[in-house]
Design a protein around this ligand. Sequence first.
Ligand SMILES: Cc1ncc(COP(=O)(O)O)c(C=O)c1O
Length: 386
Amino acid sequence: MRPSERLSRIPPYLFAELERKIAAKKAEGVDVISLGIGDPDRPTPALIVEAMQEAVTEAETHTYPSNRGRHDFRSALSDFYERRFDVQIDPETEVIPAIGAKEAIFNLNLAFLNPGDAALASDPGYPVYTAGPLLAGADAVVMPLLAELGFTPDLDAISAADRARAKLMYINYPNNPTGAVVPDGFFERVIEFAAANDILVVHDNAYSETTYDGYRAPSFLATPGAKEVGIEVFSLSKGYNMTGWRCAAVLGNAEAVETFWRLKTNIDSGLFEAVQLAGVAALSPDCDAEVASMNELYRIRRDLVCAALSEIGIEVRPPHGTIYVWAPIPAGFQSSAAYCEHVLDQAAVVISPGSAYGPSGEGWFRISLTTPDHRLREAVKRLAAL
Ligand SMILES: Cc1ncc(COP(=O)(O)O)c(C=O)c1O
């Protein structure tokens, strides 16, 4: 068997050694607590589940869906964008459902990149920003997110050669893994940069609904000029506890949305219509209280984790968004991986090495807030005793 060359371009899986150790510990009977994965532990809100239950009983949802999506789902996305972000989306031309943000981001590479082209990718970042361009036969050029710039890239530092071959740029706020929210003026600078260099901006909006302390995350599309140069990938996974449902959308620039649709018609057969109807329920104002109560749960967990880190001498600024706490590894450890192995060995707690999210994640680690309260409290006690 000979896997493709494109698959061999993907770097080795950085969690492999950590996963081996976790499995060995569990086999020894050790009670390992994982704070690694960002997958909401609470169930999908009942009103969404009920909408799904009703929808699956309708035979009209059982056939191949249209790849353009149901009109009522596209309208619900458009209404939500208006209500939530003050952004106007034409439901006929400016939105297409996707089978998750991950699928959309991967397919955008196939839709826009040729061999020799590049995508500019936030580093650290969600791994598909770099794997996607490689699998499409193109290149990924990482843009280090600088703590001193509020975890945004220095756009001026992107070389002329990279500007010339870049056709896509991946950004994401609220940001995984750093928890950063977008600093004032950053989206404006991105739009100017993209217009000057003919680059399509892809804003990954996976966490806009998960925020704290009164902060409301904006849509990239709310910035003047954004629709001329960009699109946004909106996902229902995290904000609505729907990771398993695969429900997302690509919105914004009509030409880019149409190009994405053209590619999709050759690859998949659309989003299950019952899931689209569940999405309509999720995006209605009736679900706002559910989202708010999830955020309060995460806020309490965030404060618990930040306090525990402080007790062991690691000071972090509590994030205003996402389900992650991003923190520097303590002095005395050679690498993120070495520190995460130490925490696993000494506390039987799994945390994610920052280097798993790109070279600029080295020296950091990530804690996810999606572990049930009693387990998180136990993990935090163990961390504080390190
Ligand atoms: C930044 C970011 N984008 C996208 C995703 C995946 O979203 P979806 O479940 O819609 O594929 C994740 C999941 O962790 C993420 O962190």
